[in-house]
Design a protein around this ligand. Structure first.
Ligand code: DQA
Length: 148
């Protein structure tokens, strides 16, 4: 199984960015939490973080044909307004898990709307670093259920 984990803008700043909301784990820390869960399940995890929406979209297009079995996406603020990212996710037939460190439903009103949620199989939000292994397990379970 091959999992693609994508992080959007400002998530490179984890560790220093608003630790009361996002915790003190760095981007490397959360990626490692996901990767070790994947490894324990015998899966591979590729990670991409980008501040550029087009780069994320281009990577998702490639995932259609490069052997990716599931996608986990923490789209940062794109979550709340990027119809382009949503369209790119809709192009993919593999399982897609939306992931957030914070509980987006318990914060500012604009964060309660996710325009990418309808293009994903499910969402995990509010568990901080602990959400990453959960997302890997969800992605692998959904991928295993898919007809081959
Ligand atoms: C986030 C939540 C978003 O609202 C925010 O813009 C982020 C991080 C999260 O992981 O909690 O950048 O996706």
């Amino acid at each position: 199984m091959q999992i693609l984990l994508i992080h959007g803008p400002n998530l490179s700043q984890l560790g220093v960015r608003d630790p009361a909301v996002y915790g003190t784990a760095t981007l490397d820390d959360v990626v490692e939490a996901a990767r070790s869960e994947a490894r324990a399940a015998g899966a591979d995890l590729e990670h991409v973080q980008t501040e550029h929406e087009g780069d994320a979209i281009t990577r998702l297009h490639a995932a259609r044909t490069d052997g990716t079995d599931a996608v986990i996406v923490n789209a940062g603020a794109w979550t709340h307004y990027s119809y382009a990212l949503r369209d790119a996710l809709e192009l993919l037939s593999v399982p897609k898990v939306e992931l957030h460190l914070s509980n987006i439903h318990a914060r500012e009103a604009f964060r309660a709307t996710s325009v990418i949620a309808p293009a994903c199989d499910g969402s995990i939000a509010g568990f901080g670093r602990g959400g990453y292994p959960l997302a890997v397990r969800a992605a692998l379970a959904l991928a295993a259920e898919r007809p081959t």
